[in-house]
Design a protein around this ligand. Structure first.
Ligand SMILES: Cc1cc2nc3c(=O)[nH]c(=O)nc-3n(C[C@H](O)[C@H](O)[C@H](O)COP(=O)(O)OP(=O)(O)OC[C@H]3O[C@@H](n4cnc5c(N)ncnc54)[C@H](O)[C@@H]3O)c2cc1C
Length: 430
């Protein structure tokens, strides 16, 4: 009998384990995969190359808990390469002189100004603009029509959507783009300015150290299948048929993987509905190693497939650059790698000679079932923290429904802390 079983060794689970260790609880962490870190995943490019982040990577100045954890656990931060050049693929060709043509300039500037105003209104807690129009729950597709964005502006915004909203444009709120634009005074193209650092060794290194320091027993390659709650506590079965028992449990699997777990008795309706709706995040992140590409170039456009690409750093051998690309696997695009990554590289960097491509398919990964959280407009409460409050001996932790900075590493940390506090108070009373 364990005090607490934590399901999932991502950042939320690792944080919860550390918090429980401070109160001397006996904790076991059960993880489906053969590795720690979940959607924070650093591994070698093409098996033997540079250590790169295939999942989450960048941290902002206000990921305060993340920064404190990195300092506590000896994880160094590496500054992100500055952006020194921009390129835009629009009107069927690559441009280096701006995101729009002279013909579209006035409409473009009008749309950009509207976005900036709405981003700042949203940041101030307003759900409507000065004309009473909804800015919190309108889909990105409807919003683009409303602001009269010309096609070249749509190309630009679609690319930045791939690194913010990351979902089908008709089903996810424009607020995902607006709130990320608000980081840079409402300027969508400034969104990347706050992604200031990455973790050396990635979240893989951080979560590994956190779990080691927590002293929790770690059980890898044990996908959880069933959670049974009765008067004796919690029973958990894993794919290999084992039964694990504890007084309480923290489910730190993320929202979409909960679909694969059976609850006996079933969870109450709001949680069951939330699991069925899930979140819509469908980002594709890919790394390309290519020669003849200068470092620090950010290119956007194309309106589908890989729409956003940044030549982030030189490869260790110095002769090639490492480019990171993003797109959204939706609205008719199913990624074909390496072909789609090569095509995008050629579109943005015609001078490039691609050496190799590597990626992790988060959408097809049974223990992620998507990328970072994107709210489903048909079921917004699915990703609201209040839906995921403790239920008896079960608490829930994930960046997907964090009360603050959801979708970011910071959200995983704060939600892991909150779930641990809920379970400690439950154990204290029982
Ligand atoms: C491509 C990509 C880019 C991103 N970029 C950034 C970024 O730059 N900056 C940033 O701050 N955030 C970024 N994020 C988001 C960030 O990675 C996540 O918000 C965060 O890592 C989620 O942590 P979590 O602990 O909530 O969930 P996860 O990391 O998903 O952890 C859940 C764990 O539960 C395990 N699990 C699932 N099902 C089961 C089961 N049945 N049994 C046992 N274990 C199970 C999983 O294997 C996993 O280890 C990105 C995410 C992706 C995918």
């Amino acid at each position: 009998m364990h005090d607490v079983i934590i399901i999932g060794a991502g950042l939320a689970g690792a944080t919860a384990a550390l918090e429980l260790a401070k109160s001397n609880r006996r904790v076991t962490v059960i993880e489906a995969r053969d590795r720690i870190g979940g959607r924070g995943y650093a591994r070698h490019f093409a098996v033997a190359g540079e250590l790169l982040d295939f999942g989450g990577a960048w941290i902002t100045p206000w990921q305060h808990r993340m920064r404190a954890l990195c300092a506590e656990h000896g994880i160094a931060l590496r500054p992100r390469t500055p952006i020194v050049e921009r390129r835009w693929f629009r009107d069927g060709a690559l441009h280096r002189d701006g995101p729009t043509s002279a013909v579209d300039r006035a409409a473009h500037e009008h749309a950009v100004a509207r976005i900036a105003a709405d981003a700042m209104l949203l940041k101030a807690g307003k759900a409507r603009d000065e004309h009473g129009r909804d800015i919190a729950a309108v889909s990105l597709a409807d919003y683009l029509v409303r602001i009269g964005a010309p096609l070249s502006t749509c190309d630009l915004l679609s690319a930045w959507w791939a690194v913010s909203g990351n979902a089908e444009k008709r089903r996810a709120p424009a607020a995902e783009l607006l709130s990320s634009s608000a980081y840079s005074d409402g300027l969508t193209e400034g969104m990347a300015d706050v992604w200031v650092e990455t973790l050396v060794g990635g979240v893989t290194a951080l979560a590994t150290r956190m779990l080691e320091d927590s002293g929790a027993s770690l059980q890898l390659t044990h996908p959880v299948e069933t959670i049974i709650v009765n008067d004796d506590g919690v029973g958990i079965t894993t794919e290999d048929g084992r039964l694990w028992r504890s007084r309480a449990a923290i489910l730190a699997t993320g929202l979409n993987p909960l679909r694969a777990i059976r609850f006996d008795p079933p969870l109450p309706q709001p949680k069951a509905d939330a699991i069925e709706a899930g979140h819509l995040g469908r980002a594709v992140k890919v790394w390309v190693k290519a020669r003849n590409v200068p470092v620090g170039v950010l290119a956007t456009g194309g309106r589908s497939e890989i729409e956003w690409m940044f030549s982030e750093r030189l490869a260790e051998d110095g002769g090639a650059a490492l480019l990171v690309g993003f797109g959204v696997a939706d609205e008719g695009w199913s990624p074909r790698m390496p072909a789609d990554a090569v095509a995008a590289t050629k579109r943005f960097f015609p001078e490039a000679e691609v050496v190799s491509v590597d990626w992790h398919d988060w959408n097809d990964d049974p223990f992620a079932r998507g990328a970072w959280v994107a709210t489903n407009l048909d079921a917004p409460e699915a990703t609201v923290a209040a839906t995921w409050r403790r239920h008896g001996p079960l608490a829930f932790a994930s960046s997907d429904f964090a009360p603050d900075q959801a979708g970011w590493f910071e959200g995983a940390v704060t939600s892991g802390e909150a779930a641990a506090a809920e379970i400690l108070s439950f154990l204290g009373r029982n």
